[in-house]
Design a protein around this ligand. Structure first.
Ligand code: FAD
Length: 303
């Protein structure tokens, strides 16, 4: 079955959303590089998202969930199959201390909305540029806070399109991992339990974390954030810095001078440049310190 047939079939079910063919994913990822998706499906409702998942499963079409593309590197050959992008499912509802957010909502927006309702707990996420779905899959965290601390439950779809509600324990959240990534579930929404706070303290914490992020991270360049996970008892950035790799890279990709844990797209890098730079870093750190750096970013697609 051709991708043109997928489009014809899916357009019968996807009325409120969009379906695009051969869509460049550099426009949807924060590294601003990489090839095209055969099909990019952006459902307008939960039911449309379910229909796409079921269709892909039924016809054995590979399906990749793309959140806000802030932790993903797409290879230059692009992604075969359907890329599901939930950016249109972005509602946020707050009732008392409970926050409900759809998977495509940005966690920065959820953090901001919670702060505006004087709720504390999500300040750590005020600068994490991911979607709720991506943050759940990665158990995103920063400055001593993580999703695990505030999540109550999440609604997911299995690969075959069955809807499940998973409790905090069932989500098996650990350092940059979850049952979602392990089982290939698709997050539809998440419910957080926050606490009433002091507006002054919330605002001060957000201001402090924003200052720390802006002064330490190369936010002026496209990147995927921290490329590597923290090895036990160490900091990946420090190992890279001590390996003398800052400012080095391939093509338009470079290890940031401001934060060695970031690889930036400095000058029209290709995904090949970016991935060669990752490999260079891994090799040098292994040579100098005998430590095998593990990727935090997800590399997807074909060369
Ligand atoms: P994507 O990059 O689109 O995808 C990441 C993974 O999540 C993929 O495997 C994807 O398939 C999966 N995924 C996405 N949506 C769903 C869904 N709905 N259901 C199931 N799986 C899904 N991360 C931190 O933890 N802390 C930080 O402080 C931090 N700072 C960053 C700063 C910068 C400048 C950048 C660029 C990134 C930073 N990151 C940080 C990384 C990134 O923002 C997080 O990992 C974020 O949670 C990824 O969300 P996303 O929506 O962009 O996911």
């Amino acid at each position: 079955m051709s991708k043109h047939q997928w489009i014809t079939d899916l357009r019968k079910e996807i009325i409120q959303g969009d379906i695009l063919i051969d869509e460049p994913l550099c426009n949807y990822t924060m590294t601003k590089l990489g090839g095209c998706a055969d099909v990019l499906a952006m459902p307008g409702t939960m039911e449309e998202a379910e229909a796409i998942v079921r269709y892909a499963h039924q016809h054995e079409i590979p399906l990749l969930l793309l959140g806000n593309g802030s932790n993903m590197v797409v290879r230059d050959g692009g992604v075969r199959g359907i890329v599901l992008h939930l950016s249109k499912l972005n509602a946020i509802h707050i009732e008392g201390t409970q926050v409900h957010a759809e998977a495509g909502a940005l966690i920065i927006d959820v953090s901001r909305r919670a702060a505006s309702e004087t709720l504390t707990g999500l300040e750590f996420a005020c600068g994490i540029p991911g979607s709720i779905g991506g943050a759940m899959a990665m158990n995103a965290g920063a400055y001593g806070g993580e999703i695990k601390d505030v999540i109550k439950q999440a609604t997911v779809l299995t690969k075959s399109g069955e809807r499940l509600v998973l409790s905090k324990d069932e989500l098996e959240l650990g350092y940059r991992q979850s049952i979602i990534a392990k089982k290939g579930y698709y997050v539809l929404s998440a419910d957080f339990e926050l606490a009433p706070g002091s507006q002054e303290e919330i605002d001060a914490k957000v201001a402090d974390l924003t200052f720390q992020r802006e002064s330490k991270q190369p936010l002026e360049y496209p990147s995927a954030g921290s490329v590597f996970k923290r090895p036990p008892g160490k900091f990946a950035g420090k190992l890279i810095q001590d390996s003398g790799l800052q400012g080095k890279g391939h093509g338009g990709a470079e290890v940031s001078l401001k934060h060695a844990g970031f690889i930036i797209n400095k000058n029209n890098a290709t995904a090949t440049d970016y991935i060669r730079t990752i490999d260079m870093v891994k090799e040098e750190v292994k040579k100098r310190f005998g430590i095998e750096l593990e990727l935090e970013v997800k590399i997807v697609g074909e060369e």
